[in-house]
Write a protein that binds this ligand. Structure first.
Ligand SMILES: NC(=O)c1ccc[n+]([C@@H]2O[C@H](COP(=O)([O-])OP(=O)(O)OC[C@H]3O[C@@H](n4cnc5c(N)ncnc54)[C@H](O)[C@@H]3O)[C@@H](O)[C@H]2O)c1
Length: 324
């Protein structure tokens, strides 16, 4: 890929993927697009276009104008938001992906599309969820994600389009806020620990889900798109895994840095039901074997790094002993 267009670039992933793509391929060749203005984290650098990618004509025009040969398609409605407005989630998650694949077919672009742990359902083996397994999700978000995986596979087998994708676990990051997913607690808990010393969690204490620190997810996305296509047997929807977290385990890691930290629970039945339908852990053997995937951050190193960056972001003093 020489010239890249990113949809949904103002979100939690885009705010970090766009700078990573710009430093890998060049500032001017990566255009960020979103319904929104660029987030402050992008610092006003590099090209940006306001774009609703459910509008097929506007998307095609942007791809042509930018002469893109690669599309990272991030625009989506996430799990909890999707349950609040299923028709909108269907329109955006299916409609925009179809538009992306169609313009990519005509213009011969490579396409990266994230799927999610939400593409699994209660019938999937939960610990670990295999790469190829039963997928009967019970949420609108999950339905659109599994359909998206299939659609991307279809465009590869039917048209030879270079489609690739990952099933991101819940993503933990400090740059941009999360966009309404079920794993958002694992981000908010850090802010509340530093600012208030306590956090009220909407998932139950022992709810285990697969999570990942954003730098690992960004690196995985770039590495997959750079991988030798001859080695890829799966292409779309690779399981990747790093951290298996429960709210209690995360609170324990935080307490080692913020000893007074307290967590309490006020379970939200909608998000708890979603979380209970997802796997506790993903088997990422296929990603390891086919393109050499390895997570770098564990719970300790992720917690250290998150707290260090958030203290700077929130204007709080560095922790005692930091900087050695
Ligand atoms: N964040 C996670 O924990 C996580 C986990 C698994 C998968 N994913 C997937 O990763 C991708 C990126 O997620 P994210 O966390 O950055 O989401 P986000 O909600 O933070 O960002 C999505 C962006 O898409 C934009 N958008 C929505 N509708 C649009 C439209 N019609 N046209 C253009 N832009 C539109 C929004 O303005 C937003 O900036 C999504 O496909 C998501 O399903 C995310």
């Amino acid at each position: 890929m020489k010239r890249i267009l990113v949809t949904g670039a103002a979100g939690q992933v885009g705010a970090e993927l766009v700078p990573a793509l710009r430093s890998a391929y060049g500032e001017d060749v990566v255009v960020g697009t979103d319904l929104r203005e660029p987030p402050p984290e992008l610092g006003g650098s590099g090209p940006w276009t306001r774009l609703d990618c459910t509008d097929a004509a506007a998307l095609a025009e942007a791809v042509r104008r930018h002469r893109a040969d690669g599309i990272y398609h991030l625009a989506a409605i996430l799990s909890a938001t999707a349950e609040a407005d299923p028709p909108k989630a269907y329109r955006v998650n299916m409609g925009a992906l179809f538009n992306v694949l169609e313009v990519a077919r005509v213009e011969r672009c490579a396409v990266f599309t994230p799927s999610s742990i939400a593409a699994f359902g209660a019938g999937t083996p939960a610990d670990p969820a295999p790469q190829d397994t039963l997928q009967r999700p019970s949420t609108m978000y999950g339905v659109t994600k599994v359909a998206g995986e299939l659609l991307c596979d279809y465009y590869f087998t039917r048209y030879g389009l270079d489609t690739r994708g990952l099933r991101y676990p819940g993503l933990i990051s400090y740059v941009a806020p999360p966009g309404g997913g079920t794993t958002d607690y694992a981000v908010q808990i850090f802010y509340d620990a530093l600012e208030h010393g306590r956090y009220r969690c909407f998932l139950a204490a022992e709810t285990q889900l697969d999570m990942m620190y954003m730098p690992d997810a960004i690196r995985a996305s770039l590495e997959l798109m750079e991988a030798d296509p001859a080695r890829l047997r799966h292409r779309n929807a690779f399981n990747i895994a790093a951290l298996q977290l429960t709210p209690e385990r995360l609170a324990g890691a935080l307490r080692r840095h913020v000893p007074e930290f307290r967590i309490e629970y006020e379970v939200d039945p909608v998000r708890q039901r979603i979380a209970d339908s997802w796997p506790r852990r993903l088997d990422d053997t296929a990603a390891r074997e086919e393109w050499g995937w390895r997570a770098r951050y564990d719970l300790e190193s992720m917690t250290d790094d998150m707290l260090r960056h958030l203290r700077v972001k929130l204007g709080l003093p560095a922790a005692a002993g930091a900087g050695h």
